[in-house]
Ligand binder design. Structure first.
Ligand code: NAD
Length: 525
């Protein structure tokens, strides 16, 4: 009998599904020692965010085949340790989208009509209609930042309220946005200027931190209402506080904060701020969906069927994976680099395989590449199974071919283009390590890791020096550097390995240096 250990509270319907495939033991609140003991003979472990499934827990397991996470984030699971032991990790990425979208609408309405403030006043025995006069959603412009799972659900609901919708999401094609009835804008500042209501639905990444900063807030209308049900760090809270205090914008409705729970957060002292304690996913339905989706996934894995929400890759038979594995890792890294360099809506990608790879079945390499391509812009939940589907939904055209050219041996060349740029890169496995051998046609040789700056420039004396000085002025240390050029004085590429990421401000300064043509900063996981 399959033994299923559940160590965090799970919806009863999920338990029922699990009981169809095994004997379920629910043991919540376990100490580490108790968990280490219980995991020994479990075939399946089901957790939410409470249980820390660390390497020692995984190593102690003697029979474990699947770990299920009832929810999205797998930060509490050592996925690498699980993969090494051939344990499949599944999750439920889409369980809470509707709940978060509904809370967004709720907060938008509550802020527009001052519902929490009016309720509090009513309960104090007051009857003050004038003070709480609100505004309608109807006919107003809603600016949606991030048109992924939740953003799209918000769009549908806002349309029912008669709102006009503009969206900012540089990674989806215009046609896809138009098919949702959204006018896509190229610049977040334009959205901030035009919108009456602004709502955020992007993941928190180095690129999206403070995506709403002082500059954006200053552009907003006096009557603007901003809603954040995504992540706290997306808005510069200090700038938001000042704007709300001085009534430069109308109101803010926040479910998330830079520090949670908030400690002495001045925003919470303002009358024009309403909020909830990060409860976007706290609904009966979302909790039930998280449990039942993951239970169904576990059932599929145990029955040997294809599970869509597999986070790692040990479900692919080792004999099939064999020598492809390092190339899959290389392809994933190349995908990650390509998205960060193109930084826009990717419309075409070509993968060209050479050497022995040209004779292999490359479907898994293509999937790994797409996973890498999409992961810098999407929340957790992108995997080898769903990556091609998500790429197709985003109108990314993927072409594969082979070449008999042996210049780099077993190598993968990617040529990609977005609405803004074209980029090509060649990677190979050398001494079991991924190595980049060409960037946009320039020969280089470096191991892709950490933070990279890829800078196109004209080969003129002093250019490299000025870039280095600018980075130095901001305390950014250069760990390694390479320059690729085709001819003296011509276009060249500078590749810098950096010890820290490069803030936008520094990127802008580098762009101002004479002879600099382009800079892309790539942060590899
Ligand atoms: P998703 O991955 O489906 O969509 C994210 C979208 O953001 C994508 O369309 C992507 O192209 C876009 N994007 C990425 N970088 C961008 C940028 N720099 N500018 C504009 N757009 C960008 O994610 P999702 O499931 O819709 O989740 C959205 C947010 O909601 C995340 O921050 C997530 O953490 C949060 N969330 C909050 C709660 C809650 O309890 N409040 C619950 C679940 C999710």
């Amino acid at each position: 009998m399959v033994k299923i250990l559940v160590t965090d509270p799970l919806h009863e319907d999920a338990i029922k599904i699990l009981e169809e495939v095994g004997e379920v033991e629910v043991a919540t609140g376990l100490t580490k020692e108790q968990l280490l003991e219980k995991i020994k003979d479990a075939d399946v472990l089901v957790v939410r965010s409470g249980t820390k499934v660390t390497r020692d827990v995984i190593e102690r397991a003697e029979k474990l085949k699947v770990i299920g996470r009832a929810g999205v984030g797998v930060d509490n699971i050592d996925v690498e340790a699980a993969t090494e032991k051939g344990i499949i990790v599944v999750n439920a990425p889409d369980a809470s989208s509707i709940s978060v979208a509904e809370l967004t609408m709720g907060l938008m309405l509550a802020a527009a009509r001052n519902i929490p403030q009016a309720t509090a006043s009513l309960k104090r025995g007051e009857w003050d209609r004038k003070r709480f006069k609100g505004i309608e959603l109807y006919g107003k412009t809603l600016g949606v930042i991030g048109l992924g799972r939740i953003g799209q659900q918000v769009v549908k609901r806002a349309k029912a309220f008669g709102m006009n919708i503009i969206g900012y999401d540089p990674y989806i094609p215009k046609e896809v946005a138009e098919s949702m009835g959204v006018e896509l804008v190229d610049d977040i500042n334009e959205l901030c200027k035009r919108a009456d209501f602004i709502t955020l639905h992007v993941p928190l990444t180095p690129k999206t931190r403070h995506i709403i900063g002082r500059e954006q807030i200053n552009l907003m209308k006096k009557n603007a209402i901003i809603v954040n049900c995504a992540r706290g760090g997306l808005i510069d809270e200090k700038a938001l506080y000042e704007a709300l205090k001085e009534k430069k914008i109308r109101a803010a409705a926040l479910d998330v904060f830079e520090e949670e729970p908030p400690k002495d957060n001045p925003l919470l002292t303002l009358d024009n701020v309403i909020g909830t304690p990060h409860q976007g996913a706290s609904t009966e339905e979302a909790q039930k969906a998280a449990g039942t989706i993951v239970a169904e996934q576990i059932k599929k894995v145990l029955r040997g069927e294809l599970a869509e929400n597999v986070v790692n890759m040990p479900n692919i038979p080792q004999e099939k994976l064999g020598k492809l594995k390092p190339y899959m890792l290389l392809a994933e890294t190349l995908g990650n680099i390509v998205m960060q360099v193109l930084d826009g809506s990717v419309n075409r990608v070509e993968l060209v395989y050479s050497g022995e790879l040209a004779k292999e079945k490359t479907d898994l390499i293509k999937r790994a590449f797409l996973k890498g391509l999409l992961s810098p812009i999407l929340l957790a939940g992108i995997n080898l199974v769903n990556a091609p589907v998500i790429a197709k939904n985003r109108n990314i055209n993927v072409v594969e071919s082979t070449t008999s050219e042996e210049k780099y041996g077993n190598a993968i060349k990617i040529t990609a283009e977005s609405d803004k740029k074209k980029f090509s890169i060649v990677g190979a496995i050398i001494n079991n390590k991924p190595v980049i051998l060409e960037v946009d046609g320039y020969e280089v040789s470096f191991i892709p890791e950490g933070v990279l700056a890829i800078i196109k420039h004209i080969d003129r004396p002093g250019t490299i020096g000025r870039v280095c000085l600018t980075l130095g002025d901001y305390g950014i240390n250069i760990a390694g550097m390479q320059v690729g050029r085709k001819e003296p004085g011509g276009e060249s590429v500078m590749l810098l390995n950096l010890d820290h990421t490069v803030p936008d401000e520094v990127v802008e300064k580098i762009k101002e240096i004479p002879n600099i043509k382009d800079i892309a900063v790539v942060d590899l996981p």
